[in-house]
Design a binder for this molecule. Structure first.
Ligand code: DQA
Length: 152
């Protein structure tokens, strides 16, 4: 199983950026947490962050036929990017949408997600733990979909 974690703009500033909303843990700590999960579960994991919409689109396109599942926190692009939505729809790779904060309880402009209806699940407001929940969820989802369907 090959998984990809994608993080959008300003998530590289975790720990510095509005810690009262996004927490005190750094982006490096997040990457270490994700890599620990991948070692524990023996799952290949690529982790990528970009502040540029096109780079995220490129990374999603490059995942086509190479990656089995995606965890994505598109950050501010959640609320603006039809390009990221279209890329996710194009590659048709199952993905979980993650947000550190509870976007549905914040400003109105954060209530719209351009990717939510395509996601197999959305996790919000769980902080860093949300990424681990997303990884567990997509791993179980992919393990289950590998099961041969009953022939009866
Ligand atoms: C975020 C929520 C977005 O509204 C915001 O623009 C972010 C981070 C989150 O993880 O809570 O950059 O996706």
């Amino acid at each position: 199983m090959r998984l990809l974690v994608l993080n959008g703009p300003n998530l590289n500033l975790l720990g510095i950026r509005q810690p009262e909303i996004y927490g005190h843990t750094s982006y490096t700590d997040l990457v270490n947490l994700l890599n620990d999960w991948s070692k524990k579960h023996k799952v290949s994991l690529d982790v990528f962050q970009s502040n540029h919409e096109g780079e995220l689109v490129d990374k999603i396109q490059a995942a086509y036929q190479k990656i089995d599942g995606i965890i994505i926190n598109p950050a501010a692009y959640t609320h603006t990017s039809i390009a990221i939505r279209d890329a996710l729809a194009a590659v048709a790779i199952p993905f979980v949408e993650v947000h550190l904060s509870a976007i549905s309880q914040r400003e109105n402009y954060r209530h719209i997600s351009y990717v939510q209806d395509l996601a197999i699940k959305t996790i919000e407001g769980q902080g860093l733990a949300g990424y681990l929940q997303a990884l567990d969820f997509i791993k179980n989802y992919l393990d289950d979909s590998d099961d041969p369907s009953p022939s009866t």
